[in-house]
Design a protein around this ligand. Structure first.
Ligand SMILES: C[S@@+](CC[C@H](N)C(=O)[O-])C[C@H]1O[C@@H](n2cnc3c(N)ncnc32)[C@H](O)[C@@H]1O
Length: 280
């Protein structure tokens, strides 16, 4: 079985994207919930991949339904230097007019497309990803003007991504591939509101309650095959009932960072469900 060093022993690598629901805080605070040993790391709701970058596993399957996101990851893995060079150009050009010009374009070349995605992610309002009915990105410009970050290390990011299989697909397809002793980190969009955190949409398609039920069933199948599945979701009665009888629960709390004003940054509670015994 692959042995994975504890997070603290790794050179810290920050996610290169800002993402709604990003689990950087969770990866830092909840190391004790990660199994000490596992075969592959599987993340079917990749987003900014905070858990992946914290662990930097030797083998991984990463996937998401957002095609632009997955395209950006693949190009980051294959052409990190080209992305860094072009992003520096975008930094020099950045202003309101440039932002809206870029937003209205959608390049086909993989490097240009990845830089397009990264530039918008870093300069749009709150790093939000939202498209209209025609699948056009429509988030307004935000307050941040730093396009190239001091923490950027695209070569190290590409090295971490090299052993990973990166797929554009629905979560069920990925979860159904998880097998004995794989560690599966499941961080779906939330469907129900918890506390004041009412952010329910990540894509043009809403993650429905039927999707939550489909997810629970896929998690149960993977756990039955011996995969070690860790699920995060809203600490809401409907979610607690949905996962009744499946695994052990813990409640973790964090400060909401999506609230527009600091007055509304109340701690929100999240439910964590673990399908394996800690000693396993
Ligand atoms: C809460 S975010 C994951 C955040 C991630 N853990 C991080 O650290 O940034 C949920 C992700 O699920 C993706 N998603 C939504 N519906 C999906 C589906 N049916 N299958 C796979 N991914 C989906 C969204 O595109 C989004 O990136």
């Amino acid at each position: 079985m692959t042995h994975v060093a504890r997070i603290s022993q790794r050179v810290s690598l920050e996610p290169f994207l800002k993402w709604a629901g990003g689990k950087r805080w969770f990866a830092e605070r909840c190391v004790h919930l990660v199994p000490e040993r596992f075969e592959r790391f599987v993340e079917p709701f990749l987003g900014s991949g905070a858990m992946f970058f914290a662990l930097q596993p030797a083998r991984a399957i990463l996937s998401d339904l957002n095609a632009d996101l997955i395209g950006c990851y693949r190009t980051m893995r294959d052409a990190p230097e080209a992305i860094a060079l072009r992003l520096a150009d975008y930094q020099a050009l950045h202003n309101k007019e440039h932002y809206y010009r870029v937003r209205g374009a959608k390049p086909h070349d993989p490097v240009e497309r990845a830089v397009w995605f990264l530039y918008l992610n870093r300069t749009c309002w709150n790093g939000l990803y939202r498209v209209n009915r025609k699948n056009e990105f429509n988030v307004p410009i935000g307050t941040k003007s730093t396009v190239v970050l001091a923490s950027d290390d695209f070569l190290a990011t590409a090295t971490a991504l090299k052993p990973a299989e990166i797929a554009h697909c629905d979560f069920e397809e990925t979860l159904d591939r998880a097998s004995r002793d794989d560690f599966v980190f499941v961080d779906p969009p939330y469907t129900v509101k918890h506390n004041l955190n009412g952010f329910l949409k990540y894509n043009d398609k809403i993650f429905s309650w039927a999707d939550q039920v489909r997810l629970r069933d896929a998690v149960a199948r993977a756990a039955k095959r011996g995969a070690k599945v860790l699920i995060t979701n809203a600490n809401h009665v409907s979610i607690r009932e949905l996962y009744e009888g499946l695994g052990r629960r813990e409640v973790v709390s964090r400060a909401s960072i999506l609230a527009a004003s600091s007055v509304h940054r109340v701690p929100t509670e999240e439910l964590v469900i673990r399908t394996w015994l800690r000693s396993a």
